[in-house]
Design a protein around this ligand. Structure first.
Ligand code: 3NM
Ligand code: MG
Length: 495
């Protein structure tokens, strides 16, 4: 079995000292942070006796397994070997890399701390699984930190790795990272092409009053920092966005795709899908105008894109409105795999088996934000897809990470098809960036869409829905152009 790809985006390093943990229970803090979406856990305990370390490690490892999150042990390679966890993290003063590798055997994660180019290149050439680069900001958590290298120092290490052929080696930075600076450190720590994969955090989570909320906030910042990469990849690749969509939005959806830099094709005849799927794009199945014949075409096209391993977006428009639509949703979900499912609250509740009465296909809302987040997360897990729940606040979840996007404008609700064209925008992001991180792709597509709407609505010539539409297309286009020219000022508007 292939080892699953490790997600380094929010890397929790534990600390059991009273100064950081206080009188909290470590297991409970780790569990809360897992609920908040940390993606990897390192148990770091420099003071406890070995038998305590073994017992704690076993307990924490059982817990992380429930969340499908890798569990590493700092320094105690023998304990990692004994309990059979996913790997270790070793510092420069710990066991030598070769020795750790020999003790652990193949298929284990061995992360190494690096605070200079020399250390980073050595660890990379020895075969480290990832690097923890630091100390990025001053911290009181670790007393014997070497130099504070800042984002500039991290960038120069990333550049050296890239130059020496280690561009694909995952990296996180460590030291003084918290929810307020995570986005900046991710954005500033960039060599020409190589970016950090995530941030490693001790006190900002372990010492937080609410570790789950802290983890969620840091996750939001890390995902937010990756938006530019996703947006630029649409502009660079100009991917195909193949839409099987409803009669109302075909023209508008095609214009949105063009404005953000994708290449639209509105093709409802599924015999073409196998050929189109080979072009490296993504498919949108929007069942806004479902017919018996249409449904057969959707199923065939879905399977063609699945066979070509290209992403498919499902927009179950009006899912709960009629028996025909409820049945079409069942058929489609049983016929293949979707990369992303997008819908408003009523549509997604229907998919989740909640019976809701929908009046027409327009959106209404009764759930709290927390309930929406849970709905999106649960659906994402059930269907192994990214779920985009649209509303005043959009919620994007991959089942582990749940991110909210607060962009948009009420004028979007006054013209038809904006929800549907969001599906098109997200399909372009998935086509270009989904192989790297489908959640980031979905968040990026959603954020750009919402920011463009805000910028359009703020224009002096926009007086209502009619003047809004062309201004919105312009802003999508201008954001893409500015981004391609290296002007990312629009990002400050992402909420
Ligand atoms: N290693 P906080 S800094 C465990 O520089 C560790 O290698 C560091 O704690 C390094 O997130 C550090 O609370 C502690 O600042 C980081
Ligand atoms: Mg160490």
């Amino acid at each position: 079995m292939a080892t699953p790809k490790v997600d380094y985006s929010v890397y929790l390093v534990t600390d059991s000292t009273p100064a950081i943990l206080g009188d909290a229970d470590l297991a409970s803090v780790v569990e809360q942070s897992l609920q908040g979406g940390v993606t990897i856990v390192q148990y770091r305990d420099k003071h406890s006796p070995r038998d305590h370390v073994v017992a704690t490690a076993r307990k924490l490892h059982q817990m992380t397994q429930k969340y499908n999150v890798p569990f590493l042990i700092n320094d105690y390679v023998d304990v990692a070997a004994e309990i059979g966890c996913e790997g270790v993290h070793i510092g420069q003063d710990d066991m030598a890399f070769e020795e750790a590798k020999r003790l652990l055997g193949e298929g284990k994660i061995i992360g190494v701390t690096a605070s200079s180019k020399g250390e980073a290149l050595k660890a990379a050439s020895q075969g480290a699984t990832y690097l923890g680069i630091g100390t990025v900001y001053a911290t009181s958590t670790k007393k014997d930190t070497k130099s504070i290298i800042g984002p500039v120092g991290v960038s120069s290490i990333l550049a050296a790795l890239e130059a020496e052929g280690h561009g694909a080696l995952p990296t996180v930075c460590i030291g003084g990272v918290n929810a307020s600076n995570a986005r900046d450190v991710m954005r500033q720590s960039v060599s020409p092409r190589k970016t950090l994969d995530g941030v490693a955090v001790v006190s900002a989570i372990v010492a937080a009053r609410d570790p789950a909320a802290a983890a969620r906030e840091i996750q939001g910042a890390v995902v937010g920092a990756k938006i530019p990469e996703a947006i630029l990849s649409i502009a660079r690749q100009g991917p195909l966005s193949h839409n099987m969509t409803n009669l109302v939005v075909q023209n508008f959806a095609a214009n949105v795709a063009l404005a953000i830099g994708a290449s639209p094709i509105m093709a409802n005849y599924a015999e073409e899908a196998a050929d189109l799927a080979k072009l490296g794009g993504a498919l949108v199945i929007n069942m806004g105008t479902v017919t018996p014949d249409g449904l057969k075409n959707y199923v065939q096209a879905l399977q063609a894109y699945n066979a070509a391993k290209r992403p498919v977006v499902f927009d179950p428009v009006g899912a709960g409105a009629t028996a025909v639509r409820r049945s079409a949703v069942k058929t489609l979900l049983a016929s293949g795999q979707f990369a992303l499912i997008k819908g408003n609250e009523g549509e997604l509740q229907t998919l989740h088996g909640v019976s809701v009465t929908q009046h027409g296909v327009d959106s209404t809302s009764t759930l709290s934000l927390a309930q929406k987040a849970r709905l999106a997360r649960d659906l994402a897990r059930t269907h192994a897809a990214v779920v985009l729940l649209t509303g005043k606040t959009d919620i994007v979840s991959d089942g582990t990470r749940t991110i909210r996007v607060d962009n948009g404008h009420e004028l979007l609700g006054m013209i038809t098809g904006t929800g549907c064209t969001l599906g098109t925008a997200v399909s372009a992001a998935l086509a270009a960036y989904g192989h790297v991180d489908p959640l980031v792709a979905a968040v990026a597509g959603t954020a750009v869409f919402g920011v463009a709407a805000e910028m359009a609505a703020a224009r002096s010539e926009v007086r209502g829905p009619g003047t809004f539409v062309p201004a919105f297309l312009d802003e999508l286009y201008l954001i893409r152009k500015a981004s391609a020219d290296g002007d990312m000022r629009w990002l400050t508007m992402v909420k």
